[in-house]
Design a binder for this molecule. Sequence first.
Ligand code: C5P
Length: 279
Amino acid sequence: MTTAAILTAAGSGARLGRDEPKALVDLCGRSLVAHAARRLVASGAVDLLVVTAPRERADDVARLLAAEDLPVPVTVVEGGVSRQASVAAGLAVLPQAIDVVLIHDAARALVPPSLVARVADAVRSGHRAVVPGVPVSDTIKQVGQVSGDGAPVLATVSRERLRAVQTPQGFSRELVDRAHVAGLVRAASEATAATDDAALVEAIGVAVWLVDGAEDAFKITTRRDLAAAELALTGHLAVDELEQVDAALATLRSERRSPAAVDREPAENDAGSVDEAVS
Ligand code: C5P
């Protein structure tokens, strides 16, 4: 099976309080999108990487990723008005040969390569839609109408069967294409768009399978999250993992896969490819 990863990096990152897009924010000397791309590829499960970038920064994203010398072809496309639209733009440029698609948020920059492999393996073993998830530690309450000073509590939801869902999410190519086509009308604004791709699959009545997620795959949204990510990377656990990512990429570079294996077809809205730089 031939697997593509779509890495969504076209968001603004307003909640981080920075002028630049979140994916370009520095974390210990590397942008969030570069961290995420290295970890996706270090899993060994990815044959081709497509990255969605903000229109005005697509060249910068392509340059940053070329500098990583990733051992798989990398294509950068312009993102859309919503995350869902950005993923659709990524799906539109996938070559015919791709039959498994992993979709990952650059905001989950420290995703462990082992989690990427776990999701890909679950799809390859026959689950057509796979999400990683972690148990919820807070008590969850359902509330009524929210007003300025609070909201009435309606119920306490048992958390035993609740999971906070992460990325990468993995799909059979045919299913994720079909789910995005069916949900296309929602993509026009973030208010109506699906917040994850599995929701589009659920909407067409196809079962989604959940595998164990990972604490390190947390989403970097606020400045506090960025500080936590810095701490994780400078702490002894993450340093060990960084070395593992470096070692995995070095091995993959030495066995560099032939781009011909991916049978790439040119696509109209391909905003800039760094294939030459990485192949
Ligand atoms: O905004 P949020 O954190 O939910 O975005 C999740 C991921 O989707 C981020 O990695 C962001 O860069 C990406 N995104 C995108 N295109 C958009 C909005 C968000 O690729 N229009």
